[in-house]
Design a protein around this ligand. Structure first.
Ligand code: AMP
Length: 395
């Protein structure tokens, strides 16, 4: 795997694809700099080596050149996070940009304008990628969040750097973490899949059946399985057309010796609201008019036992509607169990959208081994797909 360490950046210009798609408030101020901070290690390494850094990213979903999506809004924040006064150029290709790059000295950082101001970026246009490629001696991809896209700056551009291309530290760590779970894992391996729907996780479940020892199912997905098994689920979330699929998954798991653990009990509510009346019942005995919004006490104990015995843990998706306080307990207790197992030496990876939000909200981010920065990209890797942004560096 080509890494930063394989290159000497002294007097070299590194063209780095970062993921600075950060949230901005009404005054165009960055409200969460996590993604900028995540790229710091790569940029620091290149500057310390005596190189200069040209940073390129997209921001939001602009339709053409829209000022509200200009990278100009984030220059100050990037400067503050990096501790370097970052230069900005209001375009990302062309003569003006090439001139700014040629004037860049060792130790300096230049931020380019939003790549998606050009439709060619998402279209994966070859000549746009070629124009971008003129801006650096070495291409570094450190944007895991867009690694599942074959865009000009994330994949196509790599062809113009046949030898001089590598992963940044963040992307390398993401690949490493997923490898530790899927390919190079210490057994027993437990995957926890929660969230809303079976349909969005089916690709993941099918791929990991060959790689794990236990699968814990939770969240809204639970009820499609429970109904398929003949349980009463009241008005809980269900995908009726996925019941056969759920049964097929259980059969396949049995054949492969993978233990599937479903919630035994649930916190049920009379409606989808934090103020609703609640009760705790067996998952398969939910009365009409009630819906399961969190997992219950017996479930928490059972899941904690499985997790305590695991050496490798993957967590994707909450166990309940954690956004509402009264239905967050199952997710919090699961997080506690994973934190405890991690303390005792297990490797734990959290990734994919909402579980990352939950982990941050409940303060588990520092207590697990790694929190992935890419939602869609992480899901695709767990589905066993080769990501264009990763393949482009490896080929
Ligand atoms: P996903 O993006 O598939 O990981 O789904 C995350 C969402 O699933 C969160 O917004 C949760 O509120 C939701 N969720 C979790 N458990 C349930 C449930 N029992 N019923 C409805 N939604 C749920």
């Amino acid at each position: 795997m080509p890494l930063l360490n394989d290159f000497n950046f002294e007097n070299k210009k590194a063209l780095i694809r970062v993921d600075f798609n950060v949230p901005l408030n009404d005054e165009f101020k960055v409200t969460d700099a996590t993604r900028i901070l995540a790229a710091k290690s790569t940029i620091d390494a290149i500057l310390n080596d005596g190189g200069s850094a040209i940073l390129m990213s997209h921001l939001g979903r602009p339709k053409g050149k829209e000022n509200k999506f200009s990278m100009a809004h984030i220059v100050e924040k990037v400067s503050r996070v990096l501790g370097v006064k970052v230069k900005f150029i209001d375009d990302c290709v062309g003569v003006k940009v090439e001139k700014a790059v040629s004037e860049l000295k060792a130790g300096e950082v230049l931020l380019l304008e939003n790549l998606r101001f050009y439709t060619e970026e998402k279209a994966g246009d070859k000549s746009f990628a070629e124009q971008l490629s003129k801006l650096g001696d070495v291409y570094v991809n450190d944007a895991f969040g867009t690694a599942h896209r074959a865009h000009a700056s994330t994949a196509i551009i790599a062809d113009f750097f046949p030898k001089n291309k590598c992963f940044g530290n963040l992307l390398a760590r993401e690949i490493d973490s997923i490898n530790k779970v899927l390919n190079d894992s210490q057994k027993p391996v437990t995957a926890i899949l929660g969230g809303a729907k079976v349909s969005s996780k089916i690709g993941v479940i099918e791929n990991i059946l060959d790689k794990v020892d236990h699968i814990i199912i939770g969240g809204g997905m639970t009820f499609t399985f429970v109904k398929a098994l003949g349980g009463k689920i009241g008005s809980s979330l269900v995908e009726n057309d996925k019941q056969e699929l759920a049964l097929a998954i259980l059969e396949k798991a049995k054949a492969k010796n993978v233990q599937i653990h479903l919630p035994i009990d649930a916190i049920i509510a009379e409606n989808f609201s934090n103020d609703a009346n609640t009760k705790e019942v067996d998952t398969s005995e939910i009365p009409d008019g009630w819906m399961g919004l969190d997992s219950g006490t017996k479930t928490a104990e059972k899941f904690a036992e499985v997790i305590a015995k695991s050496k490798t843990i993957l967590w994707n998706g909450p166990l309940g509607v954690f956004e509402m306080e009264n239905f967050s307990k199952g997710t919090i207790e699961l997080g506690n169990a994973i934190a405890e197992a991690t303390k005792n030496g297990a490797f734990s990876l959290v990734g994919g959208g909402d579980s990352v939000a939950a982990v941050k909200q409940f303060g588990f981010a520092e207590k697990v081994s790694y929190v992935s920065t890419g939602g869609g990209a992480m899901l695709e890797m767990l589905e066993g797909k080769t990501l264009p942004g990763i393949e482009a560096i490896l080929k």
